[in-house]
Design a protein around this ligand. Structure first.
Ligand code: FES
Length: 110
């Protein structure tokens, strides 16, 4: 197996208000993209590892998002949850020329 990396332009940064998150469907996968007030762009798998809560709708603070369903927190950079066994999938994300980009990877047969 190898990893096939794709860079996807999600469009204008202004689709996400500062301090908010938004869910995008990228190559069939739900990705929560966050724009903290403190700066930067971060992306995690949209479905919470606990019970599939919508992470893009969570509150952002101190580098973490709080799941709206049961309040577990996930680090925006590492995906690590407040419960040691929970970790959200992390996507590399960045802003360039006013657009949001993320990098997705799929395992492919060699
Ligand atoms: S579904 Fe996210 S904390 Fe329970």
């Amino acid at each position: 197996m190898s990893l096939d990396l794709t860079v996807v332009n999600l469009g204008g940064l202004d689709q996400i208000a500062p301090g908010q998150g938004r869910c995008f469907v990228v190559e069939g996968e739900e990705v929560a993209v966050f724009r903290p007030r403190s700066g930067g762009i971060f992306a995690l798998g949209h479905r919470c590892p606990h019970r599939q809560g919508p992470l893009a709708d969570g509150i952002i603070g101190e580098g973490k998002v709080v799941c709206p369903l049961h309040g577990h927190k996930f680090d925006l950079s590492t995906g690590q949850g407040s419960e040691p066994s929970e970790r959200a999938k992390v996507f590399k994300a960045w802003e360039e020329n006013g657009h949001i980009f993320i990098q997705c990877g799929k395992e492919t047969a060699p």
